[in-house]
Design a protein around this ligand. Structure first.
Ligand code: NAD
Length: 249
């Protein structure tokens, strides 16, 4: 089989929908064996089945990234099944439905757990095997919100995503000696169920994007493919905006 990820094992969180689904499918089409994980059992199974039906290799896992014990168990199963993990994509994430002054501590805890702890736990579980094999690509799906700050409903989410970016940078320094690259992608406005749940935002955002269009999940998946492939071997510690030009204004 030909492809940019032949013989690579990829573990993707939040892989049952939107950007995560696109990443799983693009990676599989490039030859990777994909552990499709999601808190939603049905969608992770559907994505894994789609990949297998298209001739690729995938296994579904029901996984809540905020549950450390379950993260460890899933990583152990992937290592047992495929003997290594070459690529980790920390994609699971999301925001809060309330304005800051209308939100409360338990809502913040949820956003922090999903976006920040949900990045730390899979990374912590996967790193020892990457260090041992002296190879790894860790890709965090962050957000433009973490770079420029998203007001309104996005304050705590923005803070988490900024944390995710700087965690990638800090970790990249520590693990570079093991040939492990750590980078973030900062999507702008991408057409996924997450965005479709806020139609007013969608219309407002399109007018502000220099390319005058909402991005597609595949456009993030191709950036992830670059960071997962050997083409990016000299790239680490960066957060890459993929945003139709939104961050340059
Ligand atoms: N869509 C956008 O415009 C946009 C912009 C910037 C950043 N992002 C980021 O991209 C990533 C993917 O978002 P999306 O737009 O594809 O959203 P989405 O809602 O389509 O997909 C998110 C997936 O994560 C899963 N998930 C939710 N909680 C989870 C948990 N605790 N454990 C495991 N899986 C969980 C959901 O079931 C879903 O399948 C997120 O980190 C999000 O913050 C999205």
């Amino acid at each position: 089989m030909k492809g940019r990820l032949v013989d690579k094992i990829a573990f993707v969180t939040g892989g049952g929908s939107g950007i995560g689904e696109a990443i799983c499918k693009v990676f599989a089409a490039e030859g990777a064996m994909v552990a499709v994980s999601d808190i939603n059992k049905q969608t992770s199974e559907k994505v894994a089945q789609d990949i297998v039906t298209s001739g690729g290799k995938a296994k579904a896992y029901e996984l809540d990234v905020t549950n450390g014990a379950r993260v460890k168990a899933v990583v152990a199963d992937i290592l047992d099944t495929w003997k290594k993990i070459d690529i980790l994509v920390n994609n699971a994430g999301g925001g809060v439905e309330a304005l800051f002054l209308e939100s409360n501590e338990s809502m913040w805890d949820k956003v922090i757990a999903l976006n920040l702890k949900g990045t730390l736990l899979p990374t912590h579980a996967v790193l020892p095997s990457m260090i041992e094999q002296k190879y790894g690509k860790i890709i965090n799906i962050s957000s433009l919100a973490g770079k420029i700050g998203q007001g309104g409903h996005g304050l705590v989410y923005s803070a988490c995503k900024a944390g995710v970016d700087v965690f990638a940078k800090a970790l990249a320094r520590d693990v570079a000696r093991y040939n492990i690259n750590v980078n973030s992608i900062c999507p702008g406005t991408i057409d996924t169920p997450l965005l479709q749940s806020v139609p007013s935002l969608l219309e407002k955002m399109t007018k502000r994007i220099p390319l005058r269009k909402i991005g597609q999940p595949q456009e993030i998946a191709y950036a992830a493919l670059y960071l997962a492939s050997s083409e990016s071997n000299y790239v680490t510690g960066h957060s890459m905006p993929v945003d139709g030009g939104l961050s340059m204004i």
